[in-house]
Design a protein around this ligand. Structure first.
Ligand code: GAP
Length: 522
């Protein structure tokens, strides 16, 4: 993971937010290559949802909504995580993510000090691994008491109440053995105020999921799109959660993007659609270069499912830091529409022409994280391998990002063989100009061809196009590509096309280049 994080910074995929001020935990910036990768990912999802199928329409809701939405959806009352705090460092953790610890727990009643009164009642406990002396527990306990204003020199003794073995306890901080506070619920929504007056009536929240806008606009979208069930609404947008412990690079952030579909179905077809969506989404991940073998389908157990869901699959990816969720596919029943109908007093029912009946549709929701998917794509693409240099034949390490061409930030690197030969440079630049309206390409004339290939390998560019003397030999006459686009001043010559993954090279007519590249990146 460290290598991937370093590469992301070195090559301009992802930077820490506000880096020059020491950063902001849980927020990330996408650099020039990262933004292209992320945009390609979102575009592909959008195309798959709203363009190649005709049962889903697009939507773009606002981030700020009437606070009543969040009350009705249940977020104000229940969108929380259990929070615990280390009694020494004050660091906060999600109680359900504390690794269970075993060892000997020492319970202290308090301390005797040189102050008056001498005995201070202030209970504290420390867990130390079995076999370690009590002295190490005492050291930690002293930190607790000194953190509460007692100077080390004035602590005469620690008053031990008892010690006992404990197994798999989540009451102690795995980082230092200190007792943790009792869990309290912590609402994850970012609260803000709308307008100049900061009072209870102006409170709202940055949306913690994009879904709710699609529920509250269900009726409007249904009417204007003239769809019948089953039909869906798709949206990509920012969501905000004040996560207790952002971690694993961009995996758990406080500001992130979601790609969500609310798919409205007849009530008795919910489970059927849940299965269909699971298969559809698995195929989608394969199409962006994440093999089926790396995706784990978790049937979320009853106890762990959101209260509104009758069935949920989590699609999980084998990240270097463990198998973790990429996307949740939840059968949300009629919960959300029913809640909003009740709270707003506005009918959100659907009139079924076939059965001449009115009902609240049920919803299946595939909800994917953009940033998590970008991270999975980066992890999947990253490879370090020993190869022979393409010019010198010497062995060297090559770092390569094997992005699926449709996601690659830059589709082709275009190089004149020599930068001091104006004809080669002019021809390469003509190819650049001809390709630019259709895809992102990069011109590079610095360094040996081998070095330029290495650079584009690290950026994940799938194709290298080199203009050499053979290119110039091609007859100069007007020509158009298979797409009918004029090509590079009508060059009939050929270029070297180098493939990133196999490092194989072939010659291809400039006239065929457009159609070839377009087919590969679609
Ligand atoms: N509307 C349903 C919903 O929001 P979720 O499982 O809480 O469900 C859906 O979130 C997806 O959003 C997750 O599978 C994950 O990819 C992404 N996501 C959630 N919290 C995130 C966070 N703190 N950082 C990055 N991505 C997150």
């Amino acid at each position: 993971m460290d290598k991937i994080v370093a590469l992301c910074k070195r090559r301009g995929f992802i930077f820490q937010s506000s880096e020059i001020y020491g950063g902001l935990n849980g927020a990330w910036d996408y650099g020039p290559l990262g933004v292209e990768l992320k945009r390609n990912l979102k575009d592909y999802w959008w195309r798959c949802m709203t363009q190649v199928r005709d049962d889903i329409v697009g939507f773009d809701g606002s981030i700020l909504m009437n606070a009543a939405v969040w009350k009705a959806s249940g977020h104000v009352d229940t969108f929380s995580d259990p929070l615990v705090e280390c009694l020494i460092t004050k660091k906060r953790y999600r109680a359900d993510q504390i690794e269970p610890q075993s060892g000997i727990a020492y319970y202290y009643k308090g301390i005797t000090t040189t102050r008056t009164p001498a005995a201070i009642d202030l209970p504290f406990a420390v867990l130390v691994p079995k076999g370690k002396p009590e002295a190490s527990a005492q050291k930690t306990a002293r930190q607790f008491y000194t953190a509460r204003g007692y100077a080390e020199a004035e602590i005469v003794s620690l008053e031990l109440e008892k010690s006992e073995p404990v197994e798999n306890s989540t009451k102690f901080n795995p980082e230092n053995g200190s007792l943790l506070s009792e869990p309290r619920t912590f609402n994850l929504m970012f609260k803000t105020y709308v307008g100049p007056v900061e009072d209870a009536s102006s409170v709202t929240y940055l949306r913690p999921e994009t879904a709710q806008a699609m529920f509250v606009q269900f009726k409007n979208v249904l009417e204007v799109s003239r769809k019948k069930l089953p039909f869906g609404i798709a949206q990509i947008g920012k969501a905000f959660r004040n996560e207790i412990n952002p971690r694993n690079f961009t995996f758990r952030s406080r500001e992130f993007e979601q790609m969500e579909v609310e798919f409205f179905v007849k009530p008795d077809t919910g489970f059927e659609w849940l299965e269909k969506w699971k298969e559809d989404r698995l195929a989608w991940y394969e199409a962006i270069g994440i093999p089926r073998s790396k995706i784990h389908v978790l049937t979320v157990p009853d106890a762990d499912r959101a209260f509104y869901s009758k069935g949920t699959y989590d699609l999980e990816y084998e990240f270097p830091f463990g198998i973790q969720e990429l996307e949740g596919i939840a059968y949300r029943t009629d919960y959300d529409l029913t809640q909003h109908q009740k709270a707003s007093g506005k009918p959100l029912e659907y009139f079924d022409e076939e059965t001449k009946s009115k009902y609240i549709p049920h919803v299946v929701e595939p909800s994917a994280g953009v940033d998590r998917t970008v991270l999975a794509v980066l992890c999947e693409a990253f490879a370090e391998e020993t190869v022979k240099d393409e010019e010198s034949g010497k062995e060297e390490t090559r770092v390569v990002l094997r992005f699926a061409p449709r996601l690659a930030p830059v589709k082709a690197g275009i190089f004149p063989l020599l930068k001091n030969k104006p004809e080669l440079v002019a021809q390469a630049k003509e190819i650049v100009k001809a390709l630019q309206p259709l895809m992102k390409v990069a011109y590079d004339e610095a360094g040996s061809i081998g070095k330029r290939y290495r650079r584009i390998d690290e950026e994940g560019t799938p194709f290298g196009i080199t203009v050499d003397f053979e290119t110039l030999e091609g007859a100069k006459e007007a020509s158009t590509s298979a797409m009918g686009t004029p090509i590079a001043a009508g060059q009939k010559g050929t270029v070297t096309l180098r493939h990133r993954d196999s490092m194989k090279q072939e010659r291809i007519a400039i006239a065929d280049l457009f159609a070839y590249l377009l087919a590969k990146i679609a």
